[in-house]
Design a protein around this ligand. Structure first.
Ligand code: BGC
Length: 743
């Protein structure tokens, strides 16, 4: 619960809001209600040309902004962006110039619970009555300005058509209670409007949200509609993802259509809801019975689903009457990939949808069950992949602000995100700003880690979370000490490098020493120089030191041999890693001449493998390598880290200098892949690598962005500098292709 100092009482208008006050439900409503009140105000504009009009608004838990009967931004959903309400609140600004008109206008807000008291993340939720603050500014062409603010002159109607909304359980919408003209300039017909309450103003800062908004779109028609019995039909949309449906129906007043969402079907073809756990995942649409076709799509919830069971549909449900709509942050795609191998193409697509489905206004763990948890651990293992696939800088800049304070989990495998992410943004986008702004927090966190480990060995946390396991929670953690202690080395490497980039000489020297010290601690605790193994000898125990450059050069070959032996002979050419090992699996194998073995593991179709997921029809990646259990979501983003290698290793596009000012091109050519192509939109322009196997060798086509320099690394050849935008290279014969060896 928030303490009272969270609110300044009575409502104090924040600076720059022209006196706008927080208005909303009665503040003393018993526990936050799950219904969705509306607020509105009629106002008149002068009969002059409007140059520009904008609305700044924050509404809690969620809000939608309406003007003259129209939603101000039709595809926007789940606003405002999530923030820790004890630290800051985010507001949005809309350009509404084209919606306003001289004379009578009406502005409205629709409020909903949002991340409310039932959100599983204590401390990350809005637990008070729903409220909003708003300021409309109209600039006329003659240089004058008019403002409309939220204040006691607004009206509120507590009961509207949305009787219930919850991010887990869905929405209940009764169209017979709808007053569609509620925000029309001339106002709605129905009563029930009362003066709004001016409520306490949260005393935390209101901050402009610059992150890409969450939007709804990308319609998918059902690939099949299957009648289950007299009362229900199951729609299969062929793609699991986060979203909602839009449904059309014509029927009598009071007809209730129930929509139940699921990721999977059971053997009998009915919905299997095991992945949803405690989330009811259900929307109810009650028809008004207007005689015309009625349309509904939920506004204040979303689900993770591939299938929807529709109960109580009046008449025959035709495919045109229902579409699935994706919900995710509006992120520009910056990476595309294709190759001759179907399994890898499926990995690319499943990773893409797993990430998108978890990019709400913060990275969630999963979109379907009673969590939607902001997990820094999950996030840090696929941030590299995300930056290959999408333009992530603004999104992650907001996330860094979100996680500056998070006292719940102080371990490197979780909190380390605050150090590794600013460095990643610098590497991919070449912008020092976030690094400079976060440096003190990064440094303080690293120093607090050091204080907590007098001997340099970290003993708590999750480690290599979710390796192959028997479904018992106590086996969800692996190589805990090794992973966390290795992450400490990486953290000091990044802090030292960041200090150097930012010109902090003394810090750079001091933290360089900490880095070396921590690396020695790691090696003496986990490395067996005799046979090159590390720690438990698991795949992850060997992959992490290789990936993070912790293996002494003279011992590298032995560690690589140990890894190959482990994968081939102990794990029978299957990937057997949790989330940290999975992130680096492809990178390490490809960097060490084991690309054929990498492909072998990707071709497996039994457990554990990505192929096993795909053999079950997966279109997103699972939380665990096993199909079913108590903590087995089928749309977790954390295994998507594996897909980074498709860009950086199979096609070999890597930033050699921050922001791709210099690019290393270092592809691999695993036997069994005939061609591969990756296109990356870098901050400098497009980089494309395409290779194709022909009878007389491998043909490589490279397109480089302008103003970059590049170096090509090919097997058994010295690095070759490339200048100019286009390059076509032939590698004669089959020389560079290493056959799988039997050991
Ligand atoms: C989440 C995971 C997360 C874990 C650790 C789970 O409930 O779904 O993705 O990493 O909790 O707290």
């Amino acid at each position: 619960m928030y303490n009272e100092s969270f609110f300044s009482s009575p409502s104090q208008p924040p600076d720059g809001w022209n006196g706008a006050q927080w208005i909303g439900e009665q503040p003393d409503l018993a526990a936050p209600a799950k219904n969705c009140p509306r607020l509105r105000k009629a106002f008149a504009l002068e009969t002059k040309k409007i140059e520009r009009a904008s609305v700044s608004v924050c509404g809690l838990g969620f809000y939608e902004l309406y003007l003259n009967g129209r939603k101000a931004d039709a595809s926007r959903i789940l606003a405002p962006g999530w923030s820790n309400p004890k630290v800051r609140l985010l507001f949005d600004t809309y350009d509404v110039t084209s919606i306003l008109r001289p004379g009578a206008n009406r502005i409205g807000l629709w409020l909903a619970p949002g991340y409310s008291d039932d959100f599983s993340q204590w401390g990350w939720r809005w637990e008070k009555s729903k409220r909003a603050i708003l300021c409309l500014t109209v600039d006329y062409a003659d240089g004058t300005t008019q403002t409309v603010i939220s204040d006691a002159s607004w009206e509120l109607k507590q009961d509207g058509p949305i009787l219930f909304a919850s991010i887990y359980h869905g929405e209940i919408f009764d169209a017979s209670r709808e007053d569609s003209a509620w925000c029309a300039p001339e106002g709605g017909r129905e009563g029930g409007w009362n003066p709004v309450s001016v409520v306490d103003a949260p005393s935390v800062p209101l901050v402009a949200n610059d992150a890409p908004p969450v939007r709804v779109g990308q319609p998918l028609a059902p690939v099949s509609l299957t009648r289950v019995n007299n009362t229900s039909v199951i729609a299969d949309f062929g793609q699991n993802r986060a979203g909602i449906v839009r449904i059309r129906a014509k029927g009598s007043r009071g007809t209730a259509i129930r929509l139940r969402y699921a990721e999977e079907l059971d053997d009998s073809g009915r919905l299997d809801l095991f992945t949803a756990r405690g989330a009811r995942s259900e929307d109810v649409f009650v028809l008004a019975g207007t005689g015309a076709e009625e349309v509904y799509e939920p506004r204040f919830t979303y689900h993770g689903f591939c299938y929807v069971e529709i109960f109580g549909y009046p008449g025959e449900l035709v495919p045109e009457a229902i579409v699935s709509l994706a919900v995710h942050a509006d992120l520009e795609p910056t990476g595309s990939f294709a190759c001759s191998n179907d399994m890898l193409n499926r990995l690319f697509s499943a990773a893409k949808w797993s990430m998108l489905s978890n990019f709400m206004s913060y990275p969630t763990d999963c979109p379907m069950r009673d969590e939607r948890t902001p997990c820094q651990m999950d996030s840090q293992v696929y941030e590299d992949a995300a930056c290959q696939f999408f333009q992530m800088d603004r999104y992650y800049t907001k996330w860094i602000d979100d996680i500056r304070e998070e006292p719940l989990n102080p371990n490197p495998d979780w909190r380390g995100d605050l150090v590794t992410l600013p460095w990643r943004l610098y590497s991919y986008y070449g912008d020092q700003k976030v690094l400079a702004q976060t440096y003190d927090d990064m440094r303080n966190l690293a120093l607090s880690f050091r204080e907590r480990t007098p001997d340099g060995i970290w003993r708590e946390g999750f480690g290599d979370w979710c390796p192959p396991n028997d479904g018992r929670g106590e086996h969800f953690r692996a190589d805990l000490k090794l992973v966390n202690t290795a992450l400490l080395v990486e953290i000091w490497r990044i802090i030292a490098a960041s200090a150097a980039v930012l010109g902090k000489k003394a810090d750079a020297e001091r933290f360089d020493a900490y880095w070396n010290e921590q690396r020695s601690v790691f090696l003496s605790a986990f490395h067996d120089p005799g046979d090159g193994t590390f720690g438990s000898g698991s795949q992850t125990a060997l992959i992490i030191p290789l990936a993070l450059g912790l293996v002494p050069e003279e011992g590298r070959a032995a560690t690589v041999r140990a890894l190959e032996r482990r994968i081939r002979h102990v794990d029978f050419s299957h990937i057997c890693t949790g989330i940290f090992g999975t992130r680096y699996f492809g990178d390490v194998l490809c960097d060490n001449g084991l690309e054929n073995l990498w492909l072998e593991t990707l071709r497996q179709t039994d457990e554990p493998s990505f192929g096993y997921m795909f053999s079950h029809g997966a279109t997103t990646l699972w939380e665990q390598w096993a199909w079913k259990g108590g903590m087995h979501s089928h749309c977790h983003a954390m295994m998507s880290g594996a897909a980074s290698a498709l860009f950086t290793h199979l096609c070999g596009i890597r930033p050699a200098e921050p922001g791709y000012a210099k690019i290393t091109i270092k592809p691999v050519f695993p036997k069994g892949i005939d061609w591969a192509e990756a296109v990356r939109k870098t901050p400098r322009g497009t980089c494309r690598v395409r290779w194709k196997r022909k009878e007389d060798g491998i043909y490589l086509d490279i397109e480089l962005p302008p103003r970059t320099s590049s170096e090509l690394h090919l097997p058994s050849r010295p690095p070759q500098p490339l200048s100019g935008p286009q390059h076509s290279i032939r590698l004669p014969g089959n020389a560079p292709i290493s056959e799988p060896e039997d050991h």
